[in-house]
Design a protein around this ligand. Structure first.
Ligand SMILES: [Zn+2]
Length: 259
């Protein structure tokens, strides 16, 4: 049984589909994902949406520009992580959070299990099913896939300022994260986080463990600090910088026959 508030979160014909894609025909080996691209929440108070907890501020603009710069396929989730977090295993507490940072999420309190299941069915599943299909199709046509999950992080968390401009987040991949760290450090003007401010794990992440690691793809996550990409100029700068670095890395991966 679900009440009216729960059913109001269902997607109807008036809502946009959850999956958004750019550059589907891109010939780059890089496949970008953006789990926290969007902030759409049907019928929820707007006041929660401007805060970082609803989405990853700035990353949508970086991801779109990076996809264009590299002629790389980007797949993004339009709905907010507050509806269902597409980078969490379904069923864990942070999948449909009742509290995020110190803020209560009113639409998630007392949510019926059936309603949680519907969110998964209508928002989480189509996104991850599509990522699977994309990787299958690339394998079929022998286009290599280097999976990069794009995120951004809040500059201050629980009252503590974070020093990093950018961080790599990873778990089992031993190829791409060290290469990326090396290139980022060589830029000279960046404080680079090595699995900071977050590391990847099987219980706190979904996209990298499931699509990257279980399918043995070369992979990494990237986290950019939100104040650096809050406007279009910052998003463009970071997209250009990352495109330049990732193209160099692509050459290395080809030379070393990783792709
Ligand atoms: Zn994120």
């Amino acid at each position: 049984m679900s009440d009216a508030r729960d059913t109001a979160l269902l997607l109807t014909e008036a809502d946009v589909p959850p999956v958004l894609e750019f550059n589907e025909r891109g010939d780059s080996p890089f496949l970008f994902t953006c789990d926290h691209y969007g902030r759409l929440i049907p019928r929820v108070a707007e006041s929660e949406l401007v805060r970082h907890i609803a989405w990853d501020i700035g990353i949508a603009g970086v991801a779109e520009r990076l996809s264009k710069e590299m002629n790389a396929h980007l797949i993004a989730q339009r709905y907010s992580r507050l509806v269902i977090d597409c980078n969490r295993p379904p069923g864990v507490a942070s999948s449909i959070p009742m509290i995020s940072e110190a803020t209560t999420i009113p639409g998630n309190e007392g949510l019926a299990p059936e309603s949680a299941e519907i969110r998964r069915h209508e928002i989480f599943d189509p996104y991850h099913r599509r990522i699977d299909e994309i990787i299958d199709a690339r394998e079929h046509r022998r286009q290599p896939t280097v999976l990069v999950a794009l995120h951004s992080f809040t500059p201050v968390y629980a009252g503590i300022a974070r020093p990093w401009h950018i961080g790599t987040l990873y778990h089992r991949d031993r190829t791409l994260p060290p290469l990326l760290l090396q290139h980022l450090r060589a830029e000279g003007d960046l404080v680079v986080g090595d699995n900071e401010p977050y590391a990847v794990s099987d219980t706190t992440d979904y996209t990298i463990p499931v699509h990257g690691e279980m399918r043995s793809l070369t992979n990494t996550g990237i986290e950019i600090r939100q104040d650096l990409i809050g406007d279009q100029a910052g998003q463009q700068q970071w997209a250009e910088r990352l495109a330049r670095i990732l193209k160099q890395i692509e050459e290395t991966l080809r030379t070393e026959m990783v792709i």
